[in-house]
Design a protein around this ligand. Structure first.
Ligand code: NAD
Length: 366
């Protein structure tokens, strides 16, 4: 594919998708799309000259686009990605990649025959502290990594009322419905590995919705995941319990350990044998940031600072643009996206069958 001087971007879903109005070299915001005309008008007013569309299929058919960013509700990610890929566009899709194994398979097949890149927007992988640990792993500082834990705890009961699709897709299904934020970093820290089987259990149905109906999802769900190399990952998801929100991570390797709390990783602690002076004592991650901050963050960190989710939204968009313009592989391509998405979908079958271990398909074989 020829190198693009500037990428014409269309965005669909203008609540979450509105973040992408940021200035980025090589990217031009060309069209905005939302089924809600009032939300669309508001977004268009902030970007004079940008095209305005209420219908996604019309936009991708008639607008002069190179890429689309899909930030619509979960069940639209796979169908809209497939439609855009089939029209030769590059696609950046919100998480998860799909809401059923069947539509994930359709998405994988569409990617295999597409000219454009597919990237799943797992922005958790782009947080500064996650990227520093990823760099440490890449440089072998943790030795062999064999245990990781990811927790996404975010009380969403009032947001669920405002966005009814969440009632069905985030909390209307039991098991891990939105696991990629937790699994994404865990897998980045076990390079070359994938989840082979999962078992899922819940803490019981402790909450009811605003109409008094018990949520189908148990209040806290935990998925245990075994990888092909025999490592273990524990994922916890909770959208209902009353508590402050957080993304928490733990990593254990033969030569290092990492623990975080807080959404921005401000309180992260690390122990690396090679930097320990022979002592088993934590150091703050920030003390080692200078040595391990990856190039992507060095280049874009200052611009990203004011952007959403600790700058991660901007950094991942920059990585997508770099990949398109430099003809590089997608930073989170379809197989990585499936490695993060499919275990959660299988966990929903496991919890329905009393937590039995079930194998997770490998999209590379589809
Ligand atoms: N990565 C993150 O940190 C993060 C954060 C928030 C949300 N999300 C994900 O982003 C997606 C959007 O979440 P949200 O909170 O913005 O949801 P939302 O319901 O607030 O907004 C979705 C928008 O999509 C529009 N829309 C719905 N159907 C459409 C269609 N067929 N065509 C065009 N527009 C349509 C709606 O009008 C609305 O403006 C979800 O998948 C969510 O899980 C990710």
């Amino acid at each position: 594919m020829a190198v693009l001087e500037s990428i014409n971007l269309g965005i669909v879903g203008l609540r979450r998708g509105a973040f992408a109005g940021l200035r980025l070299d090589g990217l031009r915001l060309h069209a905005l799309c939302d089924a809600d005309p009032a939300r669309l008008d508001k977004a268009v007013a902030q970007h004079p000259g940008v095209e305005r569309w209420t219908d996604f299929n019309e936009m991708i058919e008639r607008s002069k686009l190179d890429a689309v960013l899909i930030a619509t509700p979960m069940p639209l990610h796979a169908p809209q990605s497939i439609a855009a890929l089939n029209r030769g566009l590059h696609v950046m899709s919100e998480v998860p990649g799909g809401v059923s194994i069947e539509e994930c398979r359709d998405l994988v097949l569409a990617c295999r025959s597409a000219r454009g890149l597919y990237m799943m927007m797992e922005n958790m992988n782009y947080f500064r502290h996650v990227q520093i640990v990823t760099e440490m792993v890449k440089r072998g500082m943790f030795g062999q990594t064999y245990y990781a834990q990811g927790e996404y705890l975010h009380e969403l009961k009032s947001l669920i009322v405002k966005t009814p699709w969440r009632r069905k897709w985030a909390v209307g299904v039991n098991g891990i419905t939105y696991g990629t934020h937790s699994l994404g970093p865990a897998l980045a820290w076990m390079p070359g590995d994938r989840v082979e089987s999962v078992s899922c259990a819940g803490s019981g149905h402790r909450h009811a919705d605003h109409e008094g109906r018990a949520y189908e999802i148990e209040s806290t769900c935990v998925m245990l995941a075994k990888t092909t190399r025999g490592s273990l990952i524990k994922i916890r998801q909770d959208f209902l319990s009353d508590r402050p929100s957080c993304h928490k991570f733990v990593l254990q390797g033969t030569d290092g350990a990492f623990e975080t709390s807080g959404i921005d990783g401000a309180t992260s602690k690390v122990w690396l044998r090679g930097r320990s002076g022979g002592k088993m004592e934590w150091r703050t991650l920030d003390e080692m940031a200078d040595e391990f901050l990856p190039d992507l963050w060095r280049r874009h960190g200052p611009t990203a600072a004011g952007a959403g989710h600790g700058g991660s939204d901007f950094i991942q968009l920059a990585d997508f643009v770099d990949a398109i313009r430099q003809n590089k592989p997608s930073p989170i391509g379809i197989d990585a996206a499936m490695d993060m998405t499919l275990p959660g979908l299988v966990s929903q079958r496991s919890i329905a069958c009393g937590g039995i271990w079930l194998s997770v398909p490998d999209s590379r074989l589809w």
